[in-house]
Ligand binder design. Structure first.
Ligand code: MSP
Length: 555
C-alpha cells in the first residue's frame, strides 16, 4: 500500500514536457507559414511522446487578439471586434484539427484568465521597479507592433511619396510621440548574455549567434516602451490603475506562455510544474521578442527564462515572400494535396534557411514519396496478388541468412538496422528533413530489394515459398519500422499503415522500432495476420493544369 502510494505520488509530481507555438495574430486568415510553425512544434511533441511514453506533454497554441492591427482588420471586415476575433481564432482551430496539430491547450489573449495573468505580471514588474513613465518619440510599425530605432529604418519612394520603412521587416513606419510606460530592458544586458552562453539554448546555433552578436555589438540597448495610449490602442488590456494606458501587445502576448500553466494561481502552477517551458517554437521574425524581451521580462518578474527556443526560417512561394499585395498567400486547405502538405513542410524545410513552396513541388513529392515509394510498396506487400492469405509470414532463419548474403538485401538490412538511431539523432536536433530523408533512402532500398527478388516468380514455384516468405517478412518489417519513425511527421498516414499491419497501439513507441524482428534475441516467429482488403495509403494526385491556372486567375 505504502509502495503504491509512493509510486502514485512520483507519477503526480513528474515534470511535464511543455512546448509552445507562438500565438497567431487574428488580423488575417491562417496561411502556410503559420501552419509550418505549428507542425514543427507538433512534430517535436509527438517525438517526445514516442520516445518517452509516460511523459505528460503540455502543448499550447492559440491566438493573439489585441492591438491596432486587429482593430483595423475588424473595422475593415465591418464586424464587432470580439466576433471578428472569434471567427479567425476558430479558423486556426479548424486548421490545426485538419493538419493534426495535437495541442493540449488553446489560449486566446481576450480570455479573462489571460487578462488576469497580464495584470498580475505587470504589477509584479512595477513592484520590482522595472517600470517607469516617460515621454517617448520614435518610429512605430503597426504591422510589427514595435518601435524601430532610427538606425534600423530607411526611406522608400512610393506612388504616395516618401515613406519610412523598417529595414528588418520592410513594414511602413509612423512617427509617434506619446507618454508611455517604459521597461528597464537596459538593466538585463549582462543577464541575457549569460543566459545565451550555453550551447543549445537557441537552436539552430546560427540564431543563438545572431542574438549574441546583437547583444555584443549594439552599444545602443535602450529601455523599451511597454504601453500605448488607450485612446489609440483601445483593444488591449489596460494598465492596472491607469485607464489611459494599454499594455503593449507583445508583453501581453508573451505572457500567454505563463497563463497556460495556470499563472498567476500559485497552486495550479505548483501542480502543473510546467515552468520553465521546455521549448518555444518561433519563426525568425519574432526571435528578438522571444530571445531578448521575453527572458528579460521573466527575469524582472523573478521567473526563470525558457529552457530552449527552436527557431525556424520562412517559407517563400514560387521564390517570393508571401504577401497579400503579391497575391501569393497560400491557404493550406486550398493546395492540391492537403493530405501531403504537412509531410512536404517537414520534409523540405531546414530550420536554418528559407524554403520555397510551389504546387509542382508539393505534387511531385507527394506522388513520388507517399504514393509510390511508401504507398505502392505497402500495397504490393499486403496485396492479394503476392500475399493472398494476408499475413506476415515467418522469416525462416536459413533462407533469411541466404537472402541477406546477396545484394541488394544486404544493403537494405544494414541500412534498416541503423535507421532508428540515425533518425533519433536527427529528430532530437529538430532536423526532421534529415530523418525523413533517411527513411526514404531505406524505402528506396526496400523497393529495389522487392523488385530484384521478383516475388511474383517465387510465388509460382513450390520451392520458392520460403524465399517469398522472407521477401514479405523483410518488406513488412521495413514498413513497420519506417511507419513508427514517421509518426511525428505524418501521424494518421503512419497510423493507417500500422493498423493495416495490425501492430497493436501499445507497440508503436520508439523502443519498438529499434530492432527488426530477426534481431530480437530468442524471438519465436509465428505467422501473424494483417488486415485483409485492398490498401491504398495515398492516392496519386493528378493536377489538371488548366484548372489550377483558372483558380489562380480568380484569386
Ligand atoms: N502574434 C505574434 C506572436 C506572439 S507569440 C507570443 C506573431 N504572430 S504571427 O501570426 O504573425 O506569426 C506566427 C508565426 O508564424 C511566427 O512564428 C512566424 O514566424 C510564422 N510565420 C509567418 N509567416 C511565415 C512564413 N512565411 N514562413 C514560415 N513561418 C512564418 O508573430
Amino acid at each position: 500500500m505504502r509502495l503504491s502510494l509512493r509510486l502514485l505520488s512520483s507519477v503526480v509530481q513528474k515534470r511535464p514536457f511543455y512546448i509552445t507555438t507562438p500565438i497567431f495574430y487574428v488580423n488575417a486568415a491562417p496561411h502556410l507559414g503559420h501552419l509550418y510553425t505549428a507542425v514543427v512544434a507538433d512534430a517535436i511533441q509527438r517525438f517526445e511522446k514516442l520516445t518517452n511514453p509516460d511523459c505528460n506533454v503540455i502543448f499550447s497554441t492559440g491566438t493573439d487578439e489585441h492591438g491596432t492591427k486587429i482593430q483595423q482588420a475588424a473595422a475593415q471586415a465591418n464586424l464587432p471586434l470580439q466576433n471578428y476575433c472569434n471567427n479567425i481564432s476558430q479558423e486556426y482551430r479548424d486548421l490545426f484539427d485538419e493538419f493534426e496539430v495535437g495541442y493540449t491547450d488553446y489560449i486566446r489573449t481576450t480570455e479573462e484568465r489571460h487578462k488576469r495573468a497580464v495584470r498580475h505580471f505587470w504589477k509584479k514588474l512595477v513592484k520590482q521597479d522595472y517600470i517607469y513613465k516617460a515621454k517617448y518619440a520614435g518610429w512605430y510599425s503597426v504591422n510589427d507592433e514595435a518601435f524601430v530605432p532610427e538606425s534600423h529604418t530607411r526611406e522608400e519612394i512610393t506612388k504616395d511619396g516618401k515613406i519610412k520603412v523598417s529595414v528588418e521587416s520592410g513594414h511602413q513606419l509612423e512617427w509617434t510621440e506619446e507618454t508611455n510606460y517604459m521597461f528597464r530592458l537596459s538593466a538585463f544586458k549582462t543577464h541575457l548574455q549569460e543566459w545565451l552562453k550555453p550551447d543549445g539554448v537557441i537552436q539552430p546555433s546560427k540564431f543563438q549567434k545572431q542574438l549574441q552578436d546583437f547583444l555584443a555589438s549594439d552599444a545602443y540597448f535602450p529601455d523599451i516602451s511597454v504601453s500605448r495610449p488607450s485612446s489609440r490602442v483601445h483593444w488591449a488590456v489596460r494598465v492596472p490603475d491607469d485607464e489611459e494606458q494599454s499594455i503593449y501587445v507583445w508583453l501581453d502576448a508573451l505572457i500567454n506562455y505563463l497563463t497556460v500553466c495556470g499563472y498567476p494561481d500559485e497552486e495550479q502552477l505548483m501542480s502543473r510544474r510546467a515552468w520553465p517551458a521546455d521549448v518555444h517554437v518561433v519563426g525568425k521574425d519574432i526571435l528578438k521578442f522571444h530571445g531578448i524581451y521575453w527572458p528579460a521580462f521573466l527575469m524582472a518578474a523573478r521567473w526563470q527564462p525558457p529552457r530552449r527556443l527552436v527557431c525556424h526560417s520562412h517559407w517563400t512561394v514560387d521564390g517570393s515572400k508571401m504577401s497579400k499585395s503579391l497575391g501569393n498567400v497560400v491557404a493550406p486547405r486550398s493546395v492540391p494535396a492537403p493530405a501531403a502538405l504537412r509531410y512536404v513542410l517537414l520534409r523540405e524545410a531546414t530550420l536554418a534557411d528559407d524554403a520555397n513552396y510551389s504546387e509542382t513541388k508539393l505534387v511531385n513529392i507527394a506522388n513520388s514519396e507517399l504514393a509510390d515509394t511508401l504507398g505502392n510498396l505497402a500495397s504490393r506487400a499486403c496485396g492479394a496478388a503476392l500475399n493472398p492469405r494476408h499475413e506476415l509470414p515467418p522469416p525462416h532463419a536459413h533462407e533469411l541468412r541466404d537472402v541477406a548474403r546477396r545484394e541488394p538485401a544486404a544493403r537494405l538490412l544494414r541500412a534498416l538496422e541503423r535507421l532508428p538511431e540515425i533518425c533519433h539523432q536527427h529528430y532530437s536536433s529538430y532536423q526532421f528533413y534529415k530523418g525523413v530523408d533517411a527513411v526514404i533512402h531505406v524505402l528506396h532500398l526496400a523497393n529495389l530489394f522487392f523488385e530484384t527478388m521478383k516475388p511474383w516468380e517465387l510465388k509460382k514455384k513450390p520451392e520458392g515459398q520460403k524465399e517469398l516468405d522472407v521477401v514479405l517478412h523483410v518488406t513488412l518489417e521495413t514498413l513497420r519500422i519506417c511507419s513508427i519513425i514517421l509518426q511525428p511527421i505524418i501521424p494518421s498516414l503512419s497510423g493507417r499503415l500500422l493498423d493495416k499491419l495490425q501492430v497493436p497501439k501499445d507497440c508503436r513507441y520508439w523502443q519498438h522500432c529499434e530492432r527488426p524482428s530477426w534481431r530480437i534475441k530468442g524471438a519465436i516467429f509465428e505467422t501473424k495476420n494483417i488486415q485483409s482488403g485492398k490498401f491504398v495509403l495515398f492516392q496519386r494526385i493528378y493536377v489538371d493544369k488548366k484548372n489550377v491556372q483558372k483558380k489562380k486567375a480568380i484569386v
